[in-house]
Design a protein around this ligand. Structure first.
Ligand code: BGC
Length: 430
């Protein structure tokens, strides 16, 4: 039997985000976005999976599986529903989450911003406004001070690229849902500044805690024809944020799939040419970014509920890419998961993903933990409740939790720190 052994202090956990699980998040920009006529959001988040009130039993369930860490986000819109008006009950709620996680021997990993903004911030221009990073820093200082010595790990901003490219270049159905390249670049700059300011807030308020970005770093494969589009994507969706993480204590890495760009050779020089014509940027940039259809170029693979290639090892490719850039930095897989109703695919994804991560660690990558996305079935943004990412299934009619076999599988690995490489299951079609 070949056993893959993980370090004894490895963090094994699951992740969620406030808006996706809490329910009743009525001061958030997404709450409005879900109701706006004509948006691509399938259904409102509503009461989600009521994690805001059920967190104690959810934490118990997580701990009972054998996991030792929980990544969750503090909802800025709950903590500061109106500008400058901090809600003490909401703060007490998150303090209690941290306390209860600790009491269950779970290491809390707190995300300060997971996509959603308070309505008032969004109405003031969101990340395109120069005020937002400053106000985000103030909020971050308050949260870090309030959570005190209960939290040793902070993710500043979750996947800033999803917010910027999603909201301002028309991808993924994110608010404000415009195509406006100058505003997109402003949002990118705002997110970069917000990240740096939040990191400073953590370091100055609680120097013992570690702060880092939760970065999107998808595995990408390109031929000569796709090169220019790929470089452009990488520069504006990944590198611009990774550059900003140079002084982070750790970097969170998340990847779900692989994107393949196989295009005729002539496309690359034409792309470069088109990108250089500034008056056309609102037309050209979204098209260049849209070349990144994850299904482009190859069809011979399983596809997940999200329409993405099922590619468990992509997480290790992403981790290696970040490690190549920052070889001395600690890395944490802050998300890895699959939308599927067939739990065997989740088990296989966990096993193959961990085996590939183990290889990367054997090659010197400083990986400190693995946090599966997600603890619970939840609100998958524009797709509503149509995707099942949970280690734990939730029946939203009754709010009943049902532990999936994949949760027990990951829990067993966490308990023993070992994965039997020969027993890695290989599934059939998705
Ligand atoms: C996000 C999660 C989301 C997941 C699956 C990540 O980009 O951080 O909020 O649910 O992907 O789409």
């Amino acid at each position: 039997m070949t056993e893959l052994v993980f370090p004894p202090d490895f963090l094994w956990g699951a992740a969620t985000s406030g808006h996706q699980v809490e329910g009743g998040n009525e001061h958030a920009d997404w709450w409005d976005w879900e109701r706006e006529p004509g948006t691509p959001v399938r259904e409102p988040s509503g009461n989600a999976v009521e994690h805001y009130t059920r967190y104690a039993s959810d934490l118990s369930l997580l701990a009972s599986l054998g996991l030792n860490a929980y990544r969750f986000s503090v909802e800025w819109s709950r903590v500061e529903p109106e500008e400058g008006d901090f809600d003490l009950e909401a703060i007490a709620h998150y303090r209690d989450m941290v306390r209860k996680a600790r009491a269950r021997h779970l290491t809390p990993i707190v995300t300060l911003n997971h996509f959603t903004l308070p309505r008032w911030t969004a109405l003031g221009g969101g990340w395109t406004s120069p005020r937002t990073p400053v106000l985000f820093e103030r909020y971050a200082r308050r949260v870090v001070a309030e959570l005190g010595d209960g939290v040793d790990w902070y993710c500043t901003i979750n996947e800033p690229t999803t917010v910027a490219t999603g909201g301002y270049v028309g991808r993924w159905g994110f608010p404000p849902g415009v195509v406006d390249v100058p505003r997109w670049k402003k949002a990118i700059a705002g997110l970069v500044e917000g990240h740096k300011r939040a990191r400073a807030a953590v370091k100055e308020t609680r120097p013992e805690a570690r702060a880092g970005l939760a970065a999107f770093a998808v595995e990408r494969v390109t031929n000569a024809g796709g090169r220019a589009a790929n470089e452009y994507w990488q520069r504006w969706n990944e590198d611009v944020y990774l550059d900003a993480a140079a002084e982070d204590d750790f970097i969170g890495v998340q990847a779900y799939t692989r994107e393949v760009l196989n295009l005729p050779r002539i496309v690359s020089p034409l792309t470069r040419l088109a990108l250089a014509i500034k008056p056309l940027e609102n037309t050209v940039v979204p098209r260049v970014l849209a070349m990144h259809d994850p299904l482009r170029g190859e069809r011979a693979f399983r596809v997940t509920q999200m329409g993405w290639e099922y590619r468990p090892e992509s997480i290790a490719a992403a981790v290696r890419r970040v490690a190549a850039r920052y070889p001395d930095k600690d890395l944490l897989v802050t998300e890895h998961g699959v939308g599927t109703l067939d739990d065997n695919h989740r088990i296989e994804l966990i096993a193959r993903g961990l085996a590939a991560l183990h290889d990367a660690m054997a090659d010197g990558v400083r990986l400190r933990g693995y946090l599966h996305w997600s603890l619970l079935d939840n609100f998958e943004w524009a797709r509503g409740y149509s995707a099942n990412f949970g280690l734990i299934e939730v029946d939203r009619a009754t709010q009943k939790r049902l532990v999936r076999p994949s949760a027990r599988f990951l829990g067993q690995i966490a308990r023993t720190g070992r994965l039997d490489a020969e027993a890695i299951p290989l599934g059939g079609g998705c």
